[in-house]
Ligand binder design. Structure first.
Ligand code: SAM
Length: 231
């Protein structure tokens, strides 16, 4: 089985864990992502993503949807803040780890874990916050996943999308030609932010310093969007 290294910029919440081996010939998203998660007992740091902390820390509490939640670091951080969280991922391996981690942290009551493939499933448009952090997959066009994220925001709610910027990937990335990543301008156009029901609070390419697994520092760019859906 060939393996592909997905290391667009190491979005391991600022830590130095290794690169991701995506089994792209697995044929479906469940096998591909379960395979990636099974390679190690823990892939992510467990810490929340820095742009989530920066952008969601002062929002009024309510219901949150974390799309592509992985092992649950963001969902647990949101729950601790007081959100009621629906955490969705295609990988049951990741979700089981998230649920276990939430129980260890006393947050199991506030988080519902759901296995769904966003290629086929559409969330209800009811959430006060929809967060999609680095929801990059070779089997899921970012235009589709971000559109579903936007549609899931309730009127008055917040959309928070964070992804790797294609011109600000880690130097060691193997994905410099990948179409999995997007600029703020591409995201704004795909989501029709100018003419749609949105008040855009943040739309930018934001620098972040990371380290390779070997400890080499690099500055990468995150595409960050925070917008409110007009009521
Ligand atoms: C690059 S990881 C990011 C995980 C987490 N948001 C974070 O920042 O650490 C992408 C996540 O999206 C999930 N994912 C990929 N394709 C998906 C799909 N079609 N439906 C739902 N989740 C998906 C993967 O299982 C993985 O956990």
């Amino acid at each position: 089985m060939t393996q592909h290294t997905h290391d667009g910029g190491t979005h391991q919440h600022g830590d130095q864990q290794g690169r991701l081996n995506l089994h792209e010939d697995a044929g479906n998203a469940v096998d591909m992502w379960d395979g990636m998660y099974r390679e190690r007992s823990k892939i992510w740091s467990g810490n929340p993503n820095p742009q989530l902390v920066a952008e969601a820390g002062n929002l009024p509490l309510g219901t949150a949807l974390d799309l592509g939640c992985g092992e649950g670091g963001d969902a647990i951080w949101l729950a601790r803040k007081g959100w009621r969280v629906t955490a969705v991922d295609v990988s049951s391996v990741a979700l089981e780890r998230g649920a276990a981690h939430a129980a260890e942290n006393g947050q199991e009551e506030r988080i519902t874990w759901q296995q769904q493939d966003l290629a086929e499933w559409t969330p209800e448009p009811v959430f006060d916050l929809v967060s999609a952090q680095f929801l990059h997959s070779p089997l899921l066009p970012w235009q589709d996943s971000t559109a579903k994220a936007a549609a899931a925001v309730a009127p008055g709610g917040t959309l928070l999308i964070v992804g790797h910027h294609p011109h600000g990937l880690a130097p060691w990335s193997h994905h410099h030609e990948s179409d999995m990543f997007y600029t703020p301008e591409e995201l704004a156009e795909a989501l029709d932010l100018k003419t749609g029901p949105w008040t855009v609070e943040v739309l930018e390419a934001r620098e972040r310093t990371i380290e390779s697994p070997e400890g080499t520092p690099a500055t990468i760019l995150d595409t960050v969007l925070r917008a409110t859906k007009n009521a």
